[in-house]
Design a protein around this ligand. Structure first.
Ligand code: F6R
Length: 366
């Protein structure tokens, strides 16, 4: 059942190229120019009238939502917030009939996320659920459902669900831009072409496995790690940090790289591991200056960078390289070495990878 892999998590990490392909299947028009979402049936003018979007989720799904929020704002220019469900539901959020709510939940059964969905529905707004489980509560109760088609995810730590949530959100952002005739819709054909290459590129990114494993074995005795990045790299840093905590039990924190000097830099001393993501070309110089700040304090820096980045090796101790795609889609590839890092750190420490202590796959209690 583990298909020759030692753990479900490793199997699921390696299933990502297929999962991404399955999520894309049937959702791109034959000429490659448009997004097809036949599953979404909106009343006339609803797409035009949306004036804010609330994305609500927990944990890894919330991290996917942060990438989705950036994608939606970029392509549609509608203001988007992305919130943790257990906060959202208790804070009397401003919801009108022109609010679109998107909930993201792999299992479709997370109690707080469902409560947020019910709250929004009670206030009369439309809810789109992005979920992996057909027949789940989220799929039944939402107005519209976008399935992620990742296949069953058994390991408690989410991997292929996250990447397929990202793919669904990119598609949805492109689709909504088209429906509204947003300026961003002109970018959709280029994004779709790049999305179609991602299964193959994800396969290449999995090729970093041995390199990451060697590195994880060296790092496994450390107690603390930091993940830094800007923009989409920050969103992926949060996910890399959560994964490491969850299964290796190392203490990890993710920081927006520019925020370090507002406190956290005090923790950066000799040999402290720092994972620095540098995939956002327009923020490259800014992130590089933050890397130099931590290097000056003798941190040990692992860079996650593009295969063609000729500069980064001069400023970090080690580089893991990912294949080139649009910086906009980088999270799908950048997360792969981070998933592998968490996995191999966990096995090096002898942990129960698929069933980390204190955690359950589906959080049906509040
Ligand atoms: C972390 C993880 C959790 C879930 C969270 C939400 O690896 O799996 O953080 O993402 O419990 O679960 P769903 O997406 O099922 O609502």
């Amino acid at each position: 059942e583990k298909g020759g892999y030692e753990h479900f998590m490793l199997k699921e990490i390696h299933e990502q190229p297929k999962a991404i392909r399955d999520t894309l299947t049937g959702r791109i028009s034959e000429d490659g120019q448009r997004v097809v979402f036949d599953e979404i049936q909106w009343p006339e003018n609803f797409a035009q009238n949306i004036d804010r979007i609330h994305i609500v989720a927990c944990g890894t799904s919330w991290h996917a939502g942060m990438v989705g929020a950036a994608a939606l704002e970029k392509l549609t220019r509608i203001p988007v917030s992305c919130e943790i469900a257990s906060e959202y539901r208790y804070r009397d959020p401003i919801i009108t009939e022109n609010t679109l709510m998107i909930i993201i939940t792999q299992s479709g059964e997370t109690a707080d996320t469902l409560a947020a969905l019910r709250e929004a529905k009670a206030r009369g707004t439309r809810v789109v659920a992005i979920t992996n489980v057909v027949g789940s509560s989220a799929a039944r109760e939402a107005d519209d459902v976008v399935f992620t088609w990742a296949g069953p995810e058994i390991s408690v730590a989410s991997t292929k669900a996250y990447t397929t949530q990202l793919i669904s959100l990119y598609l949805f952002a492109g689709w909504l831009a088209e429906q509204r005739g947003s300026v961003g819709a002109t970018q959709v054909p280029e994004i779709l072409a790049a999305l179609r290459e991602l299964p193959e590129l994800a396969e290449k990114a999995l090729g970093t496995s041995d390199e990451v494993k060697a590195f994880a074995n060296e790092w496994a005795s450390k107690e603390h790690a930091f993940f830094i990045g800007r923009g989409l790299d920050y969103a992926v840093s949060l996910e890399g940090s959560l994964k490491l905590k969850e299964i290796s039990y190392m203490h990890a924190e993710a920081y927006a790289a520019g925020e370090l000097k507002h406190g956290t830099l005090a923790l950066i001393v000799e040999d402290v591991p720092v994972v620095a993501l540098v995939t956002q070309d327009d923020l490259y110089d800014k992130t590089l200056s933050n890397i130099i700040e931590v290097k000056t304090r003798d941190a040990y820096v692992l860079g996650i960078a593009w295969e063609d980045d000729k500069e980064i090796a001069k400023s970090v101790d080690r580089v893991i390289r990912i294949p080139r795609t649009l910086p906009f889609l980088a999270p799908v590839l950048a997360v792969i070495p981070l998933q592998l890092l968490a996995y191999y750190a966990s096995t090096a420490r002898g942990n129960d990878v698929d069933n980390p202590r204190n955690l359950a796959k589906s959080v049906t209690v509040e």
